[in-house]
Design a protein around this ligand. Structure first.
Ligand code: SAM
Ligand code: SF4
Length: 333
């Protein structure tokens, strides 16, 4: 039976599925998690490989094209390769090209990467807010900068493509590091992307650089040309950077989710580690899918997913403040 796509009341289509596989993490980024997090999800309730296979299998019938594993820190799942493999199997059986990505802090990645790429991982985003070890310890509350470097070396040796580095512009000091971060990425053929701090999690009220301020800083150091023809649903506004004396040409992006929301072209749908589907990161609206993934028919799963998608709000600009306690680490960033 043919299933209808995931379309909301404003005609937007959900095509990018973000799967959170844990709410736990080995870092405590100041904008994402408090030092002492209360109310962890129970590990026994995490979705397993069978759930992920079912989810991606039905998702592909509903118009999903891309799958990204995230968290919390997905590398904390010992069975992450099995989860990726389950998604890859669903893509293969549907005769669709695999589009499977991972968002990670890269801690411990050097030990895991071979099994993850063997399982079907193709793309990676690594979150790096600073290249200064002391600042890394301050921002993540953990002295694990050397571990990050080891993880990055493994990424550099891998066949993953594209490789993107995401930096949250957490404060104005970030702007002093933009040049260093961009060169670091261009020299390795990686794409650097700056992300505006979002008012979700522990730093909800902080004042941080806007996309325009980040762009101004970029322009003061690099020659940028706006790119045309990139994916219209991609959140980043991208620019080609001309080659310089100490770096080759490449691409950078700015994700101005707050100052220039891209809600009208949002194509995301998220599922938490325990199987709650969230159509919008900024709304508490969700539906429980776990039981249907275990014992429901494809049509039952589709009906629940389509129903909650239809109610997706227009955008965060029109919403009341976020429900207390909602954080990226819980829903999946
Ligand atoms: N642990 C992995 C990582 O850090 O890449 C995956 C999960 S993390 C929640 C996903 C992304 O969300 C990271 O790039 C992180 O920087 C971003 N993030 C978390 N809280 C944020 C906030 N308040 N504003 C902007 N980005 C945020
Ligand atoms: Fe962990 Fe990622 Fe959140 Fe940092 S941003 S605390 S690495 S989940």
């Amino acid at each position: 039976m043919q299933l209808d796509d995931l379309v909301d009341q404003f005609g937007r289509r959900a095509q990018d599925l973000r799967i959170s596989v844990t709410d736990r993490c080995n870092l405590r980024c100041v904008y994402c998690m408090p030092e002492k997090q209360a109310g962890w999800l129970a590990r026994k309730d995490y979705l397993g490989a069978q759930h992920i296979y079912r989810l991606v299998n039905v998702g592909l019938q509903l118009g999903i094209r891309d799958v990204r594993f995230t968290g919390g820190e997905p590398l904390l799942r010992p069975d992450l390769a099995k989860l990726i493999s389950a998604a890859a199997k669903a893509f293969d059986e549907a005769g669709r090209p695999r589009r499977i990505a991972l968002t990670t802090n890269a801690i411990g990645l050097e030990r895991r990467l071979p099994e993850l790429t063997d399982a079907g991982l193709q793309r990676i985003n690594v979150s790096i807010d600073t290249l200064r070890p002391d600042r890394f310890a301050l921002l993540t509350r953990r002295a694990r900068f050397d571990d990050l470097l080891r993880g990055l070396e493994a990424v550099e040796q891998s066949a993953l493509s594209p490789i993107k580095i995401n930096t949250v512009a957490v404060d104005y000091e970030t702007l002093t590091e933009v040049g260093e971060l961009v060169r670091f990425c261009l020299q390795r053929g990686w794409q650097w992307r700056a992300i505006e701090l979002m008012p979700i999690g522990p730093m909800r009220s902080a004042v941080a650089p806007t996309g325009a301020e980040i762009l101004e800083t970029l322009r003061s150091e690099f020659e940028l040309v706006p790119r045309v023809g990139d994916d219209p649903h991609a959140p980043a506004t991208t620019y080609t950077v001309a080659a310089g004396a100490d770096h080759p040409a490449g691409v950078v992006g700015v994700i101005a989710s707050m100052s220039e929301p891209f809600c009208t072209s949002c194509s995301r749908t998220r599922i938490s580690a325990v199987g709650r589907v969230y159509p919008c990161l900024f709304s508490p609206l969700h539906i429980e899918l776990r039981e249907a993934l275990e014992s429901g028919t494809d049509e039952e799963i589709a009906r629940l997913w389509q129903g909650v998608t239809r109610r997706k709000p227009a955008g965060h600009a029109w919403l009341p403040p976020v429900e207390a306690g909602m954080a990226m680490s819980k829903i999946g960033g």
